[in-house]
Design a protein around this ligand. Structure first.
Ligand code: ADP
Ligand code: MG
Length: 330
C-alpha cells in the first residue's frame, strides 16, 4: 500500500488495484468528546459551515502534523476503506511525508500506520516520491529539479542518486493562494467569501499571469456584502485573480531562484538540460509553468496528472522496493 499523506489530500494506492482512494485530508471531530465523526469529502463539506458541536479540521494543515490523534484516526479510516474493512490484511506501506516533518512526527506517522494494521512501514520524502511519480530517473547521477506545490507547502528539491541534494520548503502554496483570493475579494469588492468559494474561484479562473492564451470565462461569485450584510454577487476575471496571487507567486519564484543558486554546478548543468518538473495541485494554476520558465530561463514541465504524482511514486517505490531501498526511511 502506498499513501500520499498530503496537507490537502490523502491518496492511497494498493499494489493489486492502483489508486483506490482520494480524499481531502480533513477530519470532523465532535467537540465535547473529541470523537471523529466524519473523514474526507464528508468532513470537508463541514469546513467553515460546521455546527457548533462539530469541528472540521485539517490535521496536517501547514505541512507538519498539527493534530496527532486526528492524523492517526484519519490514516486508520482510510486504510480500512482501502481494504474495504478486511481486518486480515496487514500491508507493507510506503508513505510519502513532507520533507519538513521532524523525527518525532515521522515516528508518529509510523505508529499511526502500525496501529492501522501495517506490517511494515517505510517513509519516503514527498519530493522524491513526486519525482518518481513524474517519471524522473531519481536514482541516476543526473540532477533533476522537482517543485511540488501542494496545499500547505511548496517543496523545491534537486534530486540526484536517490537523495535530495538541496531543497527548500516554503509555506506558500494552495492554501495561501486561497487566502489571497479571500483578501482580494474583501478589499476590492467588499465581498466576504468563505474558503470553499475562494478555492472554487482559484480552480475555475485562477491564473499566475494576466495574459493567457486561452483565458477562462469570467465567473459570478456570491458572498456577503461587507457594507450592507446582504448576500451579493460580483463578476470576477482571471486577471484579477492573477493580481491577487502575484505576491505569493513571487515568493515561490524567489525560493526557486535561491534553490537554483545553491545547486552544485554539475547538477545545475544537468537541470539546464532537463528542465524543471512541477507536481501537486498548485501546479495546475494557469500560466504558472510559463511564469516560472520566464523567471528561470529554463524549460518547465507539469507532471502528468500532478495531483497523483506523489501517490504514483509511492506505488512505484513499493513495486520496486529493492531498487529504492536506500531512498526509503524505515
Ligand atoms: P497536498 O499534497 O498538500 O495534499 P495537493 O497536491 O493535493 O496538496 O494539492 C492541493 C492544492 O491544490 C489545494 O490547495 C487545491 O486548492 C489546489 N488545486 C487543485 N486543483 C487546482 C487547480 N486546477 N488550480 C489551482 N490549484 C488547484
Ligand atoms: Mg502533496
Amino acid at each position: 500500500m502506498g499513501i500520499d499523506l498530503g496537507t490537502a489530500n490523502t491518496l492511497v494506492y494498493v499494489s493489486s488495484k492502483g489508486i483506490v482512494l482520494e480524499e481531502p485530508s480533513v477530519v470532523a471531530i465532535e467537540r465535547k468528546t473529541e470523537y471523529p465523526r466524519a473523514f474526507g469529502k464528508e468532513a470537508k463539506l463541514l469546513l467553515g459551515r460546521s455546527p457548533e458541536n462539530i469541528e472540521a479540521l485539517r490535521p496536517l494543515k501547514d505541512g507538519v502534523i498539527a493534530d496527532f490523534d486526528a492524523t492517526e484516526a484519519m490514516i486508520h479510516e482510510f486504510v480500512k476503506r482501502a481494504f474495504e474493512g478486511n481486518p486480515l490484511v496487514h500491508p507493507r506501506m510506503v508513505i510519502g511525508i513532507p520533507s519538513g516533518v521532524t523525527k518525532l512526527e515521522r515516528r508518529a506517522v509510523i505508529e499511526a500506520a502500525t496501529n492501522a494494521g501495517a506490517r511494515e512501514v517505510n517513509l519516503i520524502e514527498e519530493p522524491i516520491a513526486a519525482a518518481i511519480g513524474a517519471g524522473l530517473p531519481v536514482t541516476e547521477a543526473t540532477g533533476n529539479m522537482i517543485i511540488d506545490i501542494g496545499g500547505g507547502t511548496t517543496e523545491i528539491a534537486v534530486i540526484a542518486l536517490g537523495g535530495i541534494v538541496c531543497d527548500k520548503s516554503v509555506k506558500i502554496a494552495g492554501d495561501v493562494f486561497t487566502n489571497d483570493i479571500i483578501y482580494y475579494m474583501r478589499t476590492q469588492h467588499n465581498l466576504f467569501v468563505g474558503e470553499s468559494t475562494a478555492e472554487k474561484i482559484k480552480i475555475q479562473i485562477g491564473a499566475a499571469v494576466e495574459d493567457l492564451e486561452t483565458p477562462p470565462e469570467d465567473m459570478s461569485v456570491q458572498g456577503r456584502d461587507l457594507l450592507t450584510g446582504k448576500p451579493k454577487q460580483v463578476e470576477v476575471s482571471h486577471r484579477e485573480i492573477a493580481k491577487a496571487l502575484d505576491k505569493s507567486i513571487q515568493r515561490i519564484e524567489d525560493a526557486i531562484m535561491e534553490t537554483l543558486s545553491q545547486t552544485p554546478p554539475e547538477l545545475a548543468a544537468d537541470i539546464y538540460n532537463t528542465g524543471i518538473y512541477l507536481a501537486g495541485g498548485g501546479s495546475m494554476l494557469r500560466g504558472l509553468d510559463k511564469r516560472i520558465s520566464l523567471k528561470t530561463d529554463l524549460p518547465v514541465y507539469i507532471a502528468e496528472d500532478p495531483l497523483r504524482a506523489v501517490v504514483r511514486g509511492t506505488g512505484m517505490a513499493l513495486k520496486n522496493i529493492n531498487r529504492f531501498k536506500s531512498i526509503l526511511i524505515k
